[in-house]
Each structure stands twice: as structure tokens, then as C-alpha cells.
Design a binder for this molecule. Structure first.
Ligand code: AMP
Length: 382
């Protein structure tokens, strides 16, 4: 038997435990929230990530530790790594917790990024705006997610307001990328260094939160570049487990936005759409088991995120090849509560399924960008 401890008890830990159970793995969750939703599928220890005494007791009950949350303090991860295997490593976690360290790593690896500059004072913000140009996006270097900790700067007049909203502190200014599409590489690397990636996924955000994903989304010659970039990052960080590399596609170029050192929302489609899901492969990787096939099980898979409110389950399940995931979380505005995955045997079938589902669930507007992209793909000559 293998016992996996997960720091963070959200939906990612929950889906990891659900995917790992058939492998014979047992899971323990550590989270400070009493209602952490992974606690419904695995025993939950309530403790703060900085509580070393609690971490010590937690470590005694497991064989390996992993994360559902990248902002676990790197010192806690480091402390644990002195006692038992921790994957991904505290170093990989530390690099991806800091947008500046992460972007510098991309640059060192020859991976394109938006222009960026570090900002730690109001004067530096002026200098950064000169260097990077406007429009731009000011972000906190740490702890930002789902568009939180970000401000758009359109003109010089916005600098004071953005600094007041996000400063003082360690920030980064990035040029605003007028992207044609957002894509992610979801990939996994084993303890022995074996690397596998799922087919490229296209993503659509609403209010800075992922709304829709579609896989596969080929960018032709850029596919190999995207995969090679993910591989270089994984090798540089000696990464073990599943991770995501988020990329902008802009005028035929790929620009790396960020990496997530964990299973990722844009890979949820792989539960039903791929031979082996991102969750199962993550568990395989951290346990030192052989990795599973990351190929598609169907022609294409679309994921619709349910944010703020769950739609009607029964209406969705009347359709064929629609898969429901309710994380069991209390509804709150802008909170990720669940998702649905739709599999299809062709683009035409996917369009038909999404049109029907969007209407029945009153989510036609949410589905629209994905349907539009599929229609364009269907009508394109290649
Ligand atoms: P992030 O938290 O960095 O992943 O940002 C959330 C979302 O904001 C991204 O998925 C993009 O849709 C948008 N965004 C972030 N950075 C930029 C940028 N430099 N240019 C354009 N859009 C951005």
C-alpha cells in the first residue's frame, strides 16, 4: 500500500484521491479549512501549512507528500522534504511561486515571454512602464491566482491607482499581450525523468477565471515548440508530477504566461477525454509508478467550468457522453464549484452537444466562444 499526503484540500486533491484510489493508494489531506472538499473523500487533518508540529504528525502517516495548492510556504515543503519524499520538489515550488523567478527561468531556457520588469517601488513602476510599454498588466509576484492581484494599465494615468491597489510589495509589470488564443501544455514527468504531455489544450477565461477548455487544439508547427518548452522547464526544475505551462499565442508566436506546479484546471478534461488522466498520472509519478498514456480517448473533449453557481445536473446528464463533477463546495460568487466534460467523435458532434447543453443549462453565452472556435476550425481549409 502507498500512502499519499496532499497539502491543500480543494477539488484538485479530491480528484487526485478519486483517481488514485483504484491504484491502491491511500490519501491523507492537510488543510486549515474544516469544509475542505477533499475531506469528503479522504481523511482530513485540520492544520495550518506553517504548523510544523502538525506537519510532522501528518508526515508520519504517509509515504510521500504532494500538493493541490502551489502557495504552500516553500519553507514548509522544504522542512517536510528532510523527512520524506516531497514531489514536486520544494525548489520547483519556490520557482513557480514567484512570477519573476518563473519568468527568468523561461528566459534562461529560451522560452518567449511578454516583456516584463520587476517593480518594488512607485519609482520603479514608472521605469518599468518605460521599459515594458503600455498597455501592461501589473501583478503581485506571489499569491495571485485566477486574475487576483492584477491590474491593467492602459495609460500613465492608471499607474497611481494600480500602485495603490497592489503596492507596496514585490510586483512585476508585464506587457499586455493582445493574444489570438490561450493554450496550455499539461505534462507529467516521472521520478526517473520520463516526460509525457497531453495534447495541447485551448482555454477561454472570463473575469480572469478559466471558463472553457478544448483538447486537442493543434497550432500546427507550434505544437512541438510548446511541448519542447514544457519539457525544458520540467527538466530544469527536475520536476516530478503533473504541471501546466500556460502560453499565449500571439501573431504566430508562443509567449509563456506562467506555470502551475500541480494538476491544472485546464487538464480536467483528461479524466474522461484521455487514456490516463492528469490526476492518475500525477499519483503514478509521485509514487514512482510507470506513467500512463496521455493520448485522447475520443476525437475531442471540452470542459465547462461551473463558477459561482452549479447548473442543473439532471438536465446535463440527459445528454450522452457528458460527465458531471460537483466538488461539493458551498456556492459563492467567483468560486469554482464544479465542471462538466463533453466528449465527442467529431467537431460537428461537439458543436451539436455544446449547443444543446448550453441551452438546457442556460449557459449558451458561456459556451459561445468554444462553439465559435470549433465552427471556424470546421470551416478552415486545412
Ligand atoms: P494569470 O493569473 O497570470 O494566469 O492571468 C489570468 C488571465 O489574465 C490570463 O489567463 C489571461 O487571460 C490574462 N492575462 C494575464 N497576463 C496577461 C498579459 N500579460 N497580457 C494579456 N492578458 C493577460
Amino acid at each position: 500500500m502507498s500512502r499519499v499526503g496532499i497539502l491543500g484540500g480543494g477539488q484538485l486533491a479530491r480528484m487526485m484521491a478519486l483517481a488514485g484510489a483504484p491504484l491502491g493508494a491511500r490519501f491523507r489531506i492537510l488543510d486549515s479549512a474544516a469544509d475542505a472538499c477533499a475531506g469528503e473523500v479522504a481523511p482530513l487533518t485540520r492544520a495550518d501549512f506553517t504548523d510544523l508540529e502538525a506537519l510532522g504528525r501528518f508526515a508520519e502517516g504517509v509515504d510521500v507528500v504532494t500538493f493541490d495548492f502551489e502557495n504552500v510556504p516553500a519553507e514548509s515543503a522544504h522542512w517536510l522534504s528532510k523527512r520524506l519524499p516531497v514531489f514536486p520538489s520544494p525548489h520547483a515550488l519556490a520557482v513557480s511561486q514567484d512570477r519573476l523567478a518563473e519568468k527568468n527561468t523561461f528566459v534562461e531556457l529560451g522560452i518567449g515571454t511578454p516583456l516584463f520588469a520587476a517593480v518594488s517601488s512607485r519609482a520603479e513602476l514608472d521605469a518599468a512602464a518605460d521599459a515594458v510599454g503600455l498597455p501592461a498588466v501589473l501583478k503581485t509576484r506571489r499569491l495571485g491566482y485566477d486574475g487576483k492581484g492584477q491590474a491593467r494599465l492602459h495609460s500613465r494615468d492608471d499607474l497611481d491607482g494600480a500602485w495603490q491597489a497592489l503596492g507596496p510589495g514585490e510586483l512585476i509589470l508585464e506587457s499586455f499581450v493582445p493574444f489570438d488564443a490561450e493554450v496550455s501544455v499539461i505534462a507529467v514527468r516521472s521520478r526517473e525523468g520520463q516526460f509525457r504531455a497531453w495534447p495541447l489544450t485551448r482555454n477561454w477565461h472570463a473575469d480572469g477565471i478559466l471558463s472553457l477548455s478544448l483538447a486537442p487544439w493543434s497550432l500546427g508547427a507550434l505544437d512541438a515548440q510548446a511541448l519542447a518548452a514544457a519539457r525544458r522547464v520540467a527538466e530544469r526544475l527536475d520536476y516530478v508530477g503533473t504541471f501546466a505551462l500556460e502560453l499565449f499565442v500571439c501573431q504566430g508566436r508562443l509567449l509563456a504566461n506562467e506555470m502551475a506546479p500541480r494538476v491544472h484546471n485546464s487538464g480536467h478534461w483528461s479524466i474522461e477525454g484521455a487514456v490516463c488522466s492528469q490526476f492518475e498520472n500525477h499519483v503514478r509519478a509521485v509514487l514512482g509508478l510507470p506513467l500512463g498514456d496521455t493520448g485522447m480517448r475520443c476525437h475531442s473533449a471540452a470542459m465547462l467550468n461551473w463558477v459561482g453557481q452549479m447548473p442543473d445536473r439532471a438536465s446535463a446528464l440527459r445528454a450522452s457522453d457528458v460527465h458531471w463533477h460537483d466538488y461539493g463546495k458551498e456556492a459563492r460568487p467567483l468560486r469554482k464549484l464544479g465542471h462538466a466534460t463533453v466528449c465527442a467523435a467529431s467537431d460537428a458532434e461537439m458543436i451539436e452537444r455544446l449547443c444543446g447543453l448550453g441551452q438546457r443549462l442556460d449557459r449558451a453565452a458561456q459556451c459561445a466562444p468554444l462553439i465559435e472556435a470549433l465552427r471556424a476550425r470546421l470551416n478552415s481549409p486545412s
